[in-house]
Design a protein around this ligand. Structure first.
Ligand code: ACO
Ligand code: LMR
Length: 264
């Protein structure tokens, strides 16, 4: 019989050996002919399956809403400083991307993990939030630097409105809203933020679509796919900030002395 030479790499998401590349078995010509969008491509390459239109539309809305949030946020600030230091596009981009993490943009996976665990265990928002406090862990997906009860994040509202209209169930998101009601009773800025909205709603997308087994959902949450949405989205804005600084021929950035508290 045939002897298969051992391979050094296993890959299951795309194949470029034929006449045209295939994403999860779908040839590029079908992707173009069927008018697929970036949400479909993400579905194929990340989740290895085609998802219904409302899911791919939701993914695209996440990408559009998170593409940028002005020049003052951590990521854009780093990118701007790097571009102004004369560095190239990739260096400026990754310098901004490196700020994405537990405080900024990279709380989506933890929000999904904690909200899922708390909801599935039937914890009340009080039990969940106070339990986290006892462990000294901040609730991922809650809190914002400039948003608060009276100045809620419009992006969160837009995601919620879309999901309430199109998703078969929004139980995880409604749980996150109950958690927000409780945290807002503690402090004004402890709103459900865009990471928390995406984290909880993606749980609803995965569970409600009926296309993922329980084991697959657990694996997606455990591996942490969802911060990828923010990384991908914000790359659009960070690339824009790099071009902007270069177009404006901005000089080397030096932080003003007056804005530093020099102390011993
Ligand atoms: N859970 C519980 N308590 C909190 C939380 C939270 N998520 N956020 C703030 N607090 C409370 C704490 O008591 C904190 O005091 P501590 O420093 O002793 O823990 C107090 O509020 C003040 O916290 P600050 O750090 O001053 O609040 P700040 O406005 O700087 O923080 C931040 C904003 C970083 C977003 C914070 O709320 C947080 O860490 N949230 C969780 C991570 C998260 O979801 N990040 C994504 C934000 S959205 C985005 O980046 C696109
Ligand atoms: C963002 O999307 O970058 C923000 O929510 C963070 C911020 O501080 O505005």
């Amino acid at each position: 019989g045939k002897v298969r030479a051992p391979t050094h790499i296993i890959s299951t998401i795309s194949d470029d050996r034929g006449e045209e590349p295939c994403y999860a078995g779908v040839p590029m010509s079908s992707i173009v002919e069927k008018g697929y969008g970036v949400g479909d491509v993400i579905s194929l390459l990340w989740f290895k399956r085609s998802l219904p239109r409302y899911c791919t539309q939701f993914i695209e809305i996440c990408i559009m809403l998170c593409a940028d949030h002005g020049p003052c946020v951590s990521g854009a600030h780093n990118t701007i400083v790097t571009a102004r230091a004369g560095k190239d596009l990739v260096s400026s981009l990754v310098s901004g991307l490196l700020t994405i993490g537990p405080r900024f943009g990279g709380a989506i996976d933890d929000a999904a993990r904690y909200f899922k665990d708390a909801y599935d265990r039937g914890l009340t928002p009080y039990e969940f939030v106070e339990g986290m406090k006892k462990k000294g862990i901040r609730v991922a997906g809650i809190g914002h630097r400039i948003k608060n009860r009276d100045n809620k994040d419009k992006r969160v509202e837009l995601l919620q409105r879309f999901a309430r209209t199109h998703f078969p169930s929004v139980k995880y998101m409604e749980y996150a809203v109950q958690v927000e009601t409780y945290t807002l009773s503690k402090a004004n800025n402890l709103v459900l933020n865009v990471d928390g909205a995406i984290g909880s709603l993606f749980l609803d997308l995965l569970a409600g679509s009926g296309l993922f087994t329980k084991q697959e959902i657990d694996e997606i949450v455990e591996i942490g796919y969802l911060n990828g949405l923010f990384v991908l989205a914000r790359s659009i804005g960070l690339i824009g900030h790099t071009f902007d600084q270069k177009r404006l021929k901005q000089p080397l950035y030096r932080h003003p002395w007056e804005d530093v508290l020099y102390t011993k």
